[in-house]
Design a protein around this ligand. Structure first.
Ligand code: C2O
Ligand code: CU
Length: 491
């Protein structure tokens, strides 16, 4: 063969390789584009976790419609609220003006306090938030149609429209509410508030919820930049409910007193011991309740290393300086054991793996390093299919460089172990579990709340970049679509 011929053949094969490579990349690009309108049920691979593959598992045929899964429609509500979404200016104490999105003109929105067992009714109105709004009751395991996810459990509420939520407040604890329409932007801009469900026999004492939120780079507690003071007589039991509404972890410190962690994500801990010099990292979307008895000196609860703090004490005296924490709070070994409805040795009906990685690829037509769940980029992510009554185990693994606060809607997860180390403290129930780089948690839940439930990272930016999937009950389908006429965009 002549040199020239060899050269030509090589050139031709090189271009064949190039063309097929381009074809493969082109297909990957083409396939990654997210349609204008689609059902969250129609994407990804349905996984069954080793359990039976139920009939009608496609979620289309027969069965239950999400809109059949409302809260109680009859009966006078025990607690009724109206929340109107609108743009408003927030005036921070430094004089800074934030162009926010609010419920009722304030951010955080009004603190909703109800009692366990109350029938709660909330009328949501949208004045002028052009992309629409919803309300998701973060951590409250409401019936599916009350869950407030645009495009999954309802349509986004557009300006001039209303939507009424009704649910029974069965759980006691600290929760929060926020829009689940374009949530990565609307929550950041202020569409959130705190909801506390108090026990019927509320103990005397001081009880304060503190919502941390960063507005345009400025950290705040309950919308205030500076220190706030609260007069508390000596000997008073104090409960502080920390709520992290940011998309990143917030560490808190308690100075001037030993304290206890009373609850995580709304669930009381058993036998919580006294802590000193321990920082309390709160996951994005997570809540931690702290308790102490007011000493004669002042006490200070702060976002670590900042002046964003609440000072509590009998007089107007100076707040103590901030302690230097020597360790981080770890729920895995904190408190004492107590019976749980199931544990690591229970017979699980389904076991799933949820592994987060990054990989190069296309997300909605854009190339880059993308989030992947079990090796797949959204919307090609798994749907975990469960049946009502199932005991479900999930192994949550973070093989990426970021922190992922994983939030499952509609259920609380019992933490069984972390990196192979069993949970030996108080039962630890979580709805927003901070999975740090390299960590692997085994968690379990009882599938007792039928619906189609989001399971996503509460770094809402990550969620909007594809760290989102669903747990779907067999036979449940949704008539709502992402996109569609109201422009539903849950993330
Ligand atoms: Cu707090 Cu799916 O959200
Ligand atoms: Cu994340």
């Amino acid at each position: 063969m002549s040199k020239r011929l060899v050269g030509q053949i090589a050139a031709i094969s090189a271009s064949v390789v190039l063309v097929s490579l381009l074809a493969v990349i082109g297909k990957a690009w083409w396939d990654s584009r997210i349609p204008e309108t689609y059902s969250v049920m129609s994407y990804g691979a349905h996984e069954y976790g080793g359990g039976p593959e139920p009939p009608n598992h496609e979620g289309h045929g027969g069965g239950t419609d999400v809109t059949d899964l409302y809260g109680p429609s009859e009966g006078e509500p025990d607690a009724r609220f109206e929340l109107t979404a609108r743009a408003a200016e927030l005036h921070l104490s430094s004089g800074r003006i934030v162009h926010a999105l609010t419920y009722n003109g304030v951010s955080p929105g009004p603190e909703l306090r109800v009692r366990q067992g109350d029938l709660v009714e909330v009328v949501l109105r949208n004045d002028d938030v052009s992309e629409g709004v919803t309300i998701h009751w973060h951590g409250v395991d409401v019936p599916n149609a009350e869950d407030g996810v645009a495009g999954v459990t309802q349509n986004a509420v557009l300006p001039g429209r209303t939507y009424t939520y009704r649910f029974r407040a069965d759980q006691v604890g600290t929760f929060w509410y926020h829009t689940h329409q374009v949530s990565s932007q609307e929550v950041r801009r202020g569409l959130f508030g705190v909801i506390v469900i108090e026990p019927r026999d509320r103990q005397p004492g001081v009880d304060i919820a503190l919502a941390a939120h960063t507005f345009e780079g400025v950290p705040t507690l309950n919308g205030e930049e500076g220190g706030r003071r609260e007069k508390v007589p000596v000997g008073t039991p104090v409960r502080i409910r920390l709520v992290n509404t940011d998309s990143f972890e917030q560490p808190f410190t308690v100075s001037g007193t030993p304290f206890r962690v009373l609850a995580i994500d709304g669930a009381d801990l058993h036998g919580p011991g006294e802590l000193r010099k321990v920082a309390i990292p709160v996951a994005a979307g997570g809540r931690v309740d702290l308790g102490y008895v007011q000493p004669a000196n002042g006490v200070r609860v702060a976002i670590e290393g900042t002046e964003v703090a609440l000072a509590l004490g009998p007089s107007g005296g100076p707040a103590p300086g901030e302690v230097t924490p020597t360790s981080d709070f770890d729920p895995l070994t904190y408190g004492t054991q107590a019976p749980t409805p199931f544990d690591a040795s229970s017979p699980f009906d389904r076991r799933f793996e949820l592994e987060i990685t990054r990989k190069p690829g296309f997300f909605d037509g854009t190339p880059g390093l993308q989030w992947a769940i079990n090796g797949h980029i959204y919307p090609d992510v798994p749907v975990f299919v469960v049946e009502k009554g199932d005991l479900v185990e999930i192994t949550l693994t973070n093989d990426s460089n970021g922190i992922h606060p994983m939030h499952l809607h509609g259920h609380h997860l019992l933490v069984l172990s972390r990196d192979g180390q069993p949970s030996t403290g108080s039962p630890w129930w979580s709805d927003t579990l901070n999975v740090l780089k390299g960590e692997s948690y085994v968690v379990a839940f009882r599938a007792d709340n039928p619906g189609i439930w989001m399971d996503h990272c509460h770094n809402l930016k990550h969620a909007s970049q594809g760290l989102t999937m669903h747990v779907a009950y067999a036979g449940v389908s949704t008539p709502f679509l992402v996109g569609d006429e109201p422009g539903n965009r849950p993330e």
